[in-house]
Design a protein around this ligand. Structure first.
Ligand SMILES: Cc1ncc(COP(=O)(O)O)c(C=O)c1O
Length: 460
C-alpha cells in the first residue's frame, strides 16, 4: 500500500488540505511546518495514513465512533442500496429503514417508544431541550423550563448545548450562553468535593437535590447526564449514585435525560450505559455508535407519555413539536444503523466488549502498579480512562503538555490513543482508551504495551 500512497496525488491531497481545510479542534500554526495527518484507508482496527504508515486505532475514529471497525462492506452496501432506491425525503414523511430501525431500537429500550431522527449528538440533545421547554410552556405556565447539567459533562458544540456543558475551558470565549441551564456537582470520587467519605455516590446525588431545592423544583424541567462521563474524564458513576438520582427526579417531577451519544449502542458492553444501573430515563439521545460513522445519524428517543403531550390538542396550531432537521430525513443513516445493529448482534460484540473491557482494565491496573504517574484507572466495557498525576499522594493533576507527550509517543509508535483536551483548566489529564467493539486480546495487549513503553520513554 505504501508505494501507492506516496505518489503525487497524495502530495496534492496534503497540500490542498493544508491550504484549505480548517480542521476540527486544531491549532493550525504547527501545520504550517508539519504535514497534516490524512487517513486514507481503514480495515478492522487498523488505519493507514497518506504516507503509508499503519496505526492501531484505540479510540474508534478519535471520538468513540467506529464501533464495528473500519471497512465494513455490508454497511456500505446497505447504504448504497438504500441511496439508489430512495435517498431522501424530509422527515415529515417516513422511510423504510427509518421505520424498521426505530422498531429494532426501542425493542432494546424497554419503557421508551418514540424515535426522533437528526444528524449529530448536539442536535439530538437540543431536541430534548426544545421538548422540555415546549412542555414547560404548554403544561406548566412557562415554569419548569430550566435544565440541569453536571460539572465535567459535555453535551455538544452548539451554543445551547455548550450552555448545558460542564467544561468551562471548552465554553470559554463562546458566551454569552443560553439562559436557563444550571450546573450540578460532578460525581468523580477520586476528586471528591467532600473529602474521603463513605457513601460518596449518595452524597454526590444529594448534591443534585440541593441545587433543585435552591432553584425550586417547580422551575426545573429536566436533568441531563451522561451515564458515564466521556470527554470530562471517563467518570464511571460511584456506587449508589444512579439509584438516588432516579429517586430524586421522581420525587421532584423532573424528567431524566440520559446522553448516550458516546455510551449508546454497545460501547459499555450493554446496548446502553444506563442499562447497567437500572435507570428508567424519559429521554435518551445517541449518535456516534448508532451507525459507527458510516452515515450521519442521531436519535432522540422518548416515552409515549412525552410523545402524547405533543398531539393531544390538534385544534391548537402550536401544540405539536415544531422542529425539523433537513438531514434527519436522509435514509442512508437508518439503513447503516440497521446493518450496524445486525453486526453487533450476529458477531456477539456486546459480550466481546465486556470481555475485552475487563482485559483492558486489568492491563491498565497492571500498568498503574508500575507507573506512579497513573493515579486512577476507570472504565466500563471498552470505554476506559487512566488519570495521570504529577504526585500520587497529593493527586496533583499532570500538566496537559505531558499528557499530550504520552499521546504523541503512542502515535509515533503506531497506536492512536486519546486524552481529555482543553476542557477543564488544570484537569485535562485523563488518557482515553476506547477501541472498536471487535478488539481481540492481541489488540488490547498491543495497546497497553504501547502505552507502557510510552510512559517509560516520557517519564523515564
Ligand atoms: C456525551 C456527548 N454528547 C454529545 C456530543 C456531541 O455530539 P456531536 O459532536 O455529534 O454533536 C458528544 C461529542 O463528543 C459527547 O461526547
Amino acid at each position: 500500500m505504501s508505494s501507492v500512497l506516496k505518489t503525487d496525488p497524495m502530495r496534492e491531497v496534503i497540500e490542498s488540505d493544508r491550504a484549505h481545510v480548517w480542521h476540527h479542534i486544531a491549532q493550525h500554526k504547527s501545520l504550517e511546518t508539519v504535514d497534516p495527518r490524512v487517513y486514507v484507508e481503514g480495515k478492522g482496527m487498523r488505519l493507514w495514513d497518506a504516507t503509508g504508515k499503519e496505526y492501531l486505532d484505540a479510540v474508534s475514529g478519535g471520538v468513540w465512533t467506529v464501533n464495528v471497525g473500519y471497512g465494513r462492506e455490508s454497511i456500505a452496501n446497505a447504504v448504497r442500496d438504500q441511496l439508489i432506491k430512495m435517498n431522501y425525503f424530509s422527515g415529515a414523511a417516513g422511510s423504510v429503514p427509518g421505520a424498521l430501525f426505530a422498531a429494532r431500537l426501542v425493542e432494546k429500550m424497554p419503557g421508551l417508544s418514540r424515535v426522533y431522527y437528526s444528524n449529530s449528538g448536539s442536535e439530538a440533545n437540543e431536541k430534548v431541550f426544545k421538548m422540555v421547554r415546549q412542555m414547560a410552556h404548554r403544561r406548566h405556565g412557562g415554569r419548569k423550563y430550566k435544565i440541569l447539567y453536571r460539572e465535567r459533562d459535555y453535551h455538544g458544540t452548539t451554543i445551547a448545548t455548550l450552555s448545558a456543558g460542564g467544561q468551562p475551558q471548552r465554553n470559554a470565549q463562546y458566551g454569552p450562553l443560553t439562559p436557563g441551564f444550571v450546573e450540578v456537582p460532578h460525581c468523580l470520587e477520586y476528586r471528591s468535593q467532600w473529602g474521603a467519605i463513605e457513601n460518596y455516590g449518595e452524597r454526590a446525588a444529594d448534591a443534585i437535590e440541593e441545587v433543585i431545592l435552591r432553584e425550586g423544583a417547580d422551575s426545573i424541567g429536566a436533568l441531563c447526564l451522561e451515564p458515564v462521563t466521556a470527554g470530562g474524564g471517563v467518570i464511571t458513576p460511584p456506587k449508589g449514585y444512579w439509584e438516588r438520582v432516579q429517586d430524586i427526579c421522581r420525587r421532584h417531577q423532573i424528567l431524566l435525560h440520559i446522553d448516550e451519544v458516546v455510551c449508546g449502542v454497545g460501547r459499555t458492553g450493554k446496548w446502553f450505559g444506563y442499562q447497567h444501573y437500572g435507570v428508567k430515563p424519559d429521554f435518551v439521545t445517541m449518535a456516534k455508535g448508532v451507525a459507527s460513522g458510516y452515515a450521519a445519524i442521531s436519535c432522540t428517543v422518548t416515552t409515549e407519555a412525552v410523545f402524547e403531550q405533543f398531539k393531544d390538542d390538534p385544534s391548537d396550531p402550536l401544540s405539536y413539536f415544531r422542529d425539523i432537521s433537513t438531514f434527519g430525513g436522509c435514509a442512508g443513516g437508518p439503513a447503516a444503523a440497521l446493518e450496524n445493529m445486525r453486526i453487533i448482534e450476529d458477531e456477539g460484540l456486546l459480550a466481546n466488549t465486556e470481555r475485552m473491557g475487563q482485559r483492558l482494565l486489568a492491563n491498565l491496573r497492571e500498568l498503574q502498579s508500575r507507573h506512579a504517574v497513573i493515579g486512577e484507572v476507570r472504565g466500563i466495557g471498552l470505554f476506559c480512562g487512566a488519570e495521570l498525576v504529577a504526585d500520587r499522594h497529593s493527586r496533583e493533576p499532570l500538566e496537559e503538555k505531558k499528557v499530550q507527550a504520552v499521546l504523541a509517543d503512542c502515535i509515533a509508535h503506531g497506536v492512536i490513543i486519546g486524552a481529555t483536551t482543553r476542557s477543564m483548566q488544570g484537569l485535562n489529564n485523563t488518557l482515553c482508551l476506547s477501541p472498536a467493539l471487535i478488539a481481540t486480546e492481541q489488540d488490547i495487549d498491543h495497546i497497553t504495551a504501547a502505552l507502557d513503553a510510552a510512559l517509560g520513554r516520557v517519564f523515564g
